[in-house]
Design a protein. Structure first.
Length: 257
């Protein structure tokens, strides 16, 4: 019995030491920031006002307008939005961290899965949804854009002090939400048809301008805990110019940073 008690005591001490060591190692490892590359003395500063994050966003995408609801002209499953970008966060107060400005640059992809064997067709500089004339497995329209978002973010983040004296604010266990807008430029517009021909699968892709509005702008918001948030964006400009399709993008999903 004494031997068992001694073994349990040794085990408890070992676990306690391991946890303390792990905690010390975690505190020692101050985070590396993208801005450290341009300022070698930045990591020696006790507290900085601007930090950076890599942002990933993915979710569903629809084009709404003219009585067209979610899932009507464009399939809900298969119509998606994906964005990857670099975000800068600047605290508005030197001492506190209850409000920040988030801004950056990202690459965004909006995809529409068109229903009913239709495709976008441009005639006389006007784009419409037109029947394809044969059955297709899938009809996709994809836009790739460069966007610049700007948000005002609220929520008190915790100040973490590391063993080497570095202090940084992080989102751990903090609820944050941001409201703002974005502007952008369309880089590429393309359409892909997938169908069977003589027993073989065929994919036909056409890249064209489709008379789209190359300048984008809209509203954006997100909310969540830690580095995991839910987001929504709504375009304020029509996708196509001089078109009876007065539709705007609506996207919503998950945002990670």
């Amino acid at each position: 019995m004494k031997t068992l008690i001694h073994l349990l005591a040794v085990l408890a001490c070992s676990l306690s030491f391991a946890q303390e060591t792990e905690k010390t190692e975690e505190l020692y490892k101050a985070p590396v920031d993208f801005l450290d590359i341009f300022d070698q003395n930045r990591r020696d500063k006790e507290l900085v006002r601007t930090t950076t994050n890599l942002v990933l966003a993915a979710g569903f995408n629809q084009a709404l307008g003219d009585g067209n609801g979610i899932g009507d002209a464009y399939r809900f499953w298969g119509s998606g939005m994906f964005e990857i970008g670099l975000e800068f966060t600047t605290r508005l107060d030197r001492e506190k961290d209850n409000m920040r400005i988030n801004y950056g640059l990202g690459l965004r992809t909006n995809t529409l899965h068109i229903n009913g064997n239709k495709e976008f067709s441009t005639n006389n500089n006007v784009t419409r949804l037109a029947p394809i004339g044969f059955d297709v497995d899938r009809s996709y329209f994809t836009q790739i854009s460069i966007v610049a978002p700007l948000h005002v973010e609220f929520g008190c983040r915790e100040l973490q002090t590391y063993k080497d004296g570095v202090k940084r604010y992080y989102d751990d266990d903090a609820f944050v939400f941001g409201v703002g807008a974005y502007i952008g430029l369309v880089s590429t517009s393309s359409q892909a048809l997938k169908f069977d021909r003589e027993g073989r699968g065929v994919t036909q892709t056409v890249t064209n301008d489709y008379e789209v509005n190359n300048f984008l702008y809209g509203l954006s918001a997100y909310a969540g805990w830690d580095n995991f948030q839910l987001f929504a964006t709504y375009g304020l400009n029509d996708i196509f110019k001089d078109s009876p399709l007065q539709e705007k993008y609506l996207s919503f999903g998950i945002r990670l940073r």
